[in-house]
Design a protein around this ligand. Structure first.
Ligand code: HEC
Length: 248
């Protein structure tokens, strides 16, 4: 779903860029050669303005960080609004129509594609593969239900189990069963690297979504995916909360 929304949003941004350029051409024809082209201009604007409507929806579907993505995806609305105001002031004869309108349209045409790419590529959250940076997709184990804490992590990046003594105790037991042989009782590393301090291999391991993604999907070599070994996402989140207590 997220991958499809990402693809659609990029396609739509590209389409909008082309539509804006076509608008330039048509308006140019109208003012330079044949005033009848204004009718085409109105039809064209009336059609392509609707392309901006799905943008925020698609941005939301792509997933966290949603406030960032959706805000950015609303940029074309602001641009359309500004153009309407300028165009109508111009038609009323209150403002000269040319300069401001052209400036807005040029900026919009130049920015719509980069904005689309930013909306889709934004990686404020660290839900990504440590190896190639590709976005994570999480699948539940058979019979697993997504707990509120896991749901919240995916929405906001916050780990509710931090500072929760019961969850941390459960995380400790899981760590001892699954991680201690390679990462050591103090988390400073044995066969595997340290999980505490600043000497991390992957910058994303500093954040809870980032460490969660590494446990879920694995990294290179001996660091295998724990999702593939049947571990539940809620357990991974508790382990992260425990590992953070080692980091003093
Ligand atoms: C068989 C050994 C092994 C086990 C078991 C293991 N790891 Fe790892 N882990 C590694 C290795 C090796 C790496 C380095 C991977 C790399 O360089 O891509 C690693 C890397 C990591 C990293 C990234 C650290 C960094 O510096 O960026 C995290 C986080 C991590 N492991 C967490 C865990 C957790 C939590 C568990 C238990 C659920 C676990 N690992 C179990 C071997 C292991």
């Amino acid at each position: 779903m997220a991958a499809m929304a990402r693809m659609f949003l990029r396609g739509l941004a590209a389409l909008l860029a082309v539509a804006l350029l076509a608008q330039f051409f048509i308006a140019g024809m109208a003012s330079l050669t044949n005033a009848e082209w204004w009718a085409h201009h109105l039809t064209w604007v009336g059609f392509f303005q609707w392309l901006v409507v799905p943008l925020p929806v698609l941005a939301w579907l792509i997933g966290p960080p949603r406030p960032f993505r959706v805000t950015l995806a609303c940029f074309p609305f602001v641009q359309m609004g500004l153009q309407y105001v300028l165009a109508h002031r111009g038609m009323d004869g209150r403002w000269p129509i040319g300069l401001g309108l052209h400036a807005v349209a040029i900026v919009a045409a130049a920015l719509v594609l980069p904005v689309g790419i930013c909306v889709t590529a934004a990686d404020l959250s660290d839900f990504k593969s440590p190896l190639d940076g590709s976005p994570m997709t999480f699948k539940l184990q058979p019979g697993e239900v997504e707990t509120p804490a896991v749901e919240k992590l995916k929405e906001t990046g916050d780990n509710d189990y931090r500072g929760n003594a019961e969850a941390i105790a459960a995380g400790k037991a899981l760590y001892e069963d699954n991680c201690i042989i390679c990462h050591g009782a103090d988390g400073k590393g044995k066969l595997g690297p340290t999980l505490v301090g600043d000497q991390l291999i992957y910058k994303q391991a500093k954040s809870d979504p980032g460490m969660f993604s590494i446990i879920y999907g694995g990294a290179s070599g001996a660091m295998q995916s724990f999702a593939n070994r049947g571990m539940k996402q809620d357990e991974m989140l508790k382990i992260v909360a425990y590992v953070r207590t080692l980091d003093k």
